[in-house]
Ligand binder design. Structure first.
Ligand code: ZN
Length: 235
């Protein structure tokens, strides 16, 4: 005998399968944390995560495809500021969907088919990553007490170290104007990081917070149009 409840459960399961399928197609099995944190848009083995950790909440806004490692990391996170936050995942997921929608996913094949790629567009993902990392670094710096030792600070340091020789490699083939724009942008990023460090290192009262906000606003107003120009020029 089929009860009303089992019919409802069946219908719910069918609906969930459809939603899963939708997320798999939309993400093209790219992990949004790999994408957002590591600029890695390669296809991954993964699972669909319930971002609020409630398995019965199957609204698409609550779901994201994560690779196995990031799914583990996310699920073992606490509400502390150092662990990955739901708002971060959602922001990276939206960026990933946007990226896929705009047809740029082929950039993920850089490693496999270097000969087909315009060399300059290796530079832009680095700048973009630096930009994102600095934002995250600054946020963590402000949120957490001992952020001087944070992971993101190390990542930032590594990426900067990698970027400098990369830029040197293309220096001669870049136009003078473009090279100057890149280095100006790079300097702006590092200057921003230093200023924020200076602003929050003393104490965390309201005045410091206001100064921090002012530095942020100034940075984003200056850097956003530069980033857009570089994107057009380098891709
Ligand atoms: Zn991942």
């Amino acid at each position: 005998m089929v009860t009303g409840i089992s019919i409802m459960a069946k219908a719910q399961r069918k609906k969930n399968l459809k939603t899963d399928e939708y997320i798999l197609k939309k993400s093209k099995r790219r992990c949004c944390l790999c994408f957002g944190l590591n600029c890695d848009s390669m296809r991954k083995r993964g699972q669909i995560a319930h971002l609020d950790r409630d398995p019965s909440n199957c609204r698409t806004d609550n779901l994201a495809f994560l690779c196995l490692d990031h799914h583990d990391e996310y699920d073992s996170g606490t509400s502390q500021s150092k662990s990955i936050q739901i708002s971060e995942v959602k922001a990276y997921r939206d960026e990933l969907y946007q990226y896929i929608k705009s047809g740029k996913l082929r950039d993920s094949e850089i490693h496999e088919k270097p000969e087909k790629i315009n060399e300059y567009n290796k530079i832009f993902p680095y700048l973009r990553c630096l930009y994102n990392d600095i934002g995250l670094f600054v946020k963590q710096y402000y949120d957490s007490e001992n952020s001087r030792n944070s992971e993101i600070s190390k990542v930032l340091h590594e990426r900067t170290k990698e970027f400098v020789p990369l830029l040197a490699k293309y220096e001669l083939s870049l136009s003078k104007k473009l090279y100057a724009e890149i280095t100006t942008f790079f300097d702006l990023l590092l200057d921003y990081k230093n200023r924020v460090e200076g602003a929050v290192s003393i104490n965390r009262d309201e005045m410091v917070y206001k100064r921090w906000l002012a530095i942020n606003t100034e940075f984003y107003e200056k850097s956003a149009p530069m980033l857009e120009r570089l994107k057009t020029a380098l891709q």
